[in-house]
Design a protein around this ligand. Structure first.
Ligand SMILES: [Zn+2]
Length: 483
């Protein structure tokens, strides 16, 4: 599998450090508000990556943090605390806010078929880990204490800017205008590892530490949680591209200074979801959430489909028109799956292997999800039977997670019901189940009645009764139940 590595700016062959495990770390949400669909694009594409690795036979262990403390509104260490801001907005405690929005995040993920990582760890669970790392950084001179806070000294590093192909504007985020400069810092990009002198007197969550009562900075969380569950090295670290600087840059700085060796091999960054007016955010324009899409009548999986149709490293423009097109294409695709006949078999293993090969090539090509979707469309054109096509689509959906087989089956049942209701005669079951054989017999009985062949109609009714089916006539149709 070839994947683009943001740290080397090259496509590389993916080779895990250990044969028995792929260690994957994902920056989780800051749980102070709903996730917008731009954030969720990253989680969808990271989910595709994890499932592609598993599809290729790698045993993956994936860890994600939940930021429930210490993330300030600026991505540097200035600005307002995001969790406190959320708590004030909703007149709740910080812990209540964290619980509510953690649940909301996983409910959105479930709707988008995003698998929950093997380990999900709230930042507030790992204070001892952060203290251990910060203590060693203090002892080895990589960190200093000033004005009540502990800072990482970026001047101690030979190379601080790892992701330096990003724009100068991104790199300046720590010192942008309108943000108060922290005079305790020795260098402009130094960042806080531990706060004891916070601007926020009412910070709710505080812990004892060698430097006084306080709370951790945002960046140290991911290093601490990753090392707690995955040890001293990582195969893949994922996140949205907006986290490359300063967050991931700072994670590398503190982790490698602490460990004394390279930490993570491959950095997987998902590009932005933009609106027609620019980068999507919670504060500008419409606040686009999964719930809003549902309220407007969209299927969350149509949004997943929309994301899959584009490569993860390309920015994607969201418009309602684009989502309409994706919803339409998704409906058509599931209808085509529904039109395949499962009884048209047996599965042709050679044809199936050829189709899988094509799909695998798409994944191996820097996770080209749009080519992977094309591989699904190619299945319909293949010269093989329907059972083989359904087997291929079911297999690909282990990675795509678009519920193609289940939605196809729904469409198949809908078509049957439409056939049953044709001619103004409706056959329904009391339990809501659908049974083509029973429905066909009830329709045959109706035909016999129309032709005044009452003996035949009675014979069919008795036959159904013998099979445990009771039929009752209703206006313009018949109702049946199992007895
Ligand atoms: Zn992180």
């Amino acid at each position: 599998m070839k994947l683009y590595n943001s740290a080397t700016r090259k496509r590389e062959d993916f080779v895990p450090n250990h044969p028995d495990i792929v260690k994957m770390y994902t920056c989780g949400p800051t749980v102070y508000h709903y996730a917008h669909i731009g954030n969720l694009r990253s989680y969808i594409m990271e989910d595709v990556l994890e499932k592609a690795l598993r599809y290729e036979g790698y045993p993956v262990k994936r860890v994600m943090n939940i930021t429930d403390v210490g993330h300030l509104t600026s991505d540097a260490d200035e600005g307002e605390d995001k969790m406190l801001k959320g708590a004030r907005r909703e007149h709740k405690s910080v812990m209540e806010i964290a619980k509510f929005y953690t649940d909301a995040f996983f409910s959105d993920c479930a709707k988008l078929n995003i698998k929950t990582p093997d380990v999900v760890e709230p930042a507030t669970n790992c204070i001892d880990e952060y203290i251990k790392i910060i203590s060693k950084l203090m002892d080895t001179g990589y960190a200093y204490f000033a004005g009540g806070n502990v800072y990482f000294d970026t001047s101690k590093l030979e190379r601080y800017y790892i992701f330096n192909d990003f724009s100068a504007e991104d790199l300046d985020v720590g010192v942008r205008e309108g943000v108060e400069e922290d005079l305790n810092k020795r260098n402009k990009n130094d960042f806080v590892l531990w706060f004891t002198k916070s601007k926020f007197e009412d910070q709710a969550l505080k812990w004892d530490s060698p430097w006084g009562v306080g709370y951790p900075g945002w960046h140290i969380e991911c290093s601490g949680i990753s090392m707690k569950h995955l040890g001293e090295d990582l195969d893949i670290h994922c996140g949205g591209v907006d986290n490359a600087f300063p967050h991931h840059t700072n994670e590398i700085a503190q982790s490698e200074s602490y460990l004394g060796h390279k930490w993570c091999n491959l950095w997987f960054h998902v590009a932005h979801l933009n609106t027609s007016s620019g980068k999507m955010s919670k504060s500008s324009g419409e606040f686009l959430t999964v719930s809003l899409l549902e309220q407007k009548g969209y299927d969350p999986l149509a949004y997943r489909f929309f994301c899959l149709q584009s490569h993860y490293r390309k920015s994607l423009v969201f418009t309602w028109e684009n989502l309409d097109n994706a919803q339409l294409a998704y409906n058509k695709l599931t209808a085509r799956v529904g039109a395949l006949k499962p009884e048209d078999g047996p599965v042709d293993e050679a044809a199936l292997a050829a189709m899988k090969e094509r799909f695998l090539n798409a994944l191996d090509n820097d996770l080209n999800s749009s080519l992977a979707v094309t591989a699904v469309y190619d299945v319909f054109k293949a010269k093989t039977n329907d059972a083989t096509k359904l087997a291929a689509i079911g297999d690909f959906d282990r990675v795509l997670s678009l519920d193609l087989i289940a939605r196809g089956e729904q469409k198949r049942q809908e078509l049957k019901r439409q056939a049953v209701t044709a001619g103004q005669f409706t056959v329904v079951s009391e339990s809501g189940e659908s049974d083509p054989e029973v429905e066909a017999k009830i329709l045959a009985r109706q035909e016999a009645k129309k032709a005044k062949n009452f003996a035949e109609a009675d014979r069919i009714r008795d036959e159904l009764k013998a099979a445990g089916i009771e039929v009752t006539d209703i206006p313009h149709g018949a109702k049946w139940k199992r007895i």
